[in-house]
Design a protein around this ligand. Structure first.
Ligand SMILES: [Zn+2]
Length: 116
């Protein structure tokens, strides 16, 4: 697949997050996955990003700002996400991904209300 021209610049910030922080935040994400709050999130049956109706079993947990990019496992940063969006977003932050999708003419449903 083609990477956006900004990819090399983006990848440099991968170095700034230590292995230990990544381990810690992944452990916290696992705890959140067991919580009533998370069950409630996926129970809504909708992808946060594209707004598609998705069966709760097919919703994955996504960090709006990935852990590897300095994001934390908090309720503000964690959203239910369909597999299509998860695969497409990869290690982009939400604002980078929105910008990339706008460039490609594939606007995200969530962009409209996030940018307002
Ligand atoms: Zn989606």
């Amino acid at each position: 697949m083609l990477l956006s021209p900004g990819w090399h610049t983006l990848s440099m910030s991968f170095e700034t997050v230590s292995e230990e922080v990544i381990r810690q935040e992944r452990a916290r994400a696992r705890e959140i996955r067991q919580s009533a709050w998370w069950r409630n999130q996926i129970g809504k049956g909708q992808c946060y990003y594209c707004h598609e109706r998705v069966h709760p079993n097919d919703l994955t947990m996504d960090h709006k700002t990935p852990i590897a990019r300095g994001g934390r496992s908090t309720r503000h940063n964690i959203v239910p996400c369909c597999k299509v969006c998860n695969t497409d977003k990869k290690y982009l932050t939400l604002s980078e991904w929105i910008a990339q999708r706008e460039d490609e003419g594939r606007s995200l449903a969530c962009a409209a209300h996030l940018l307002n």
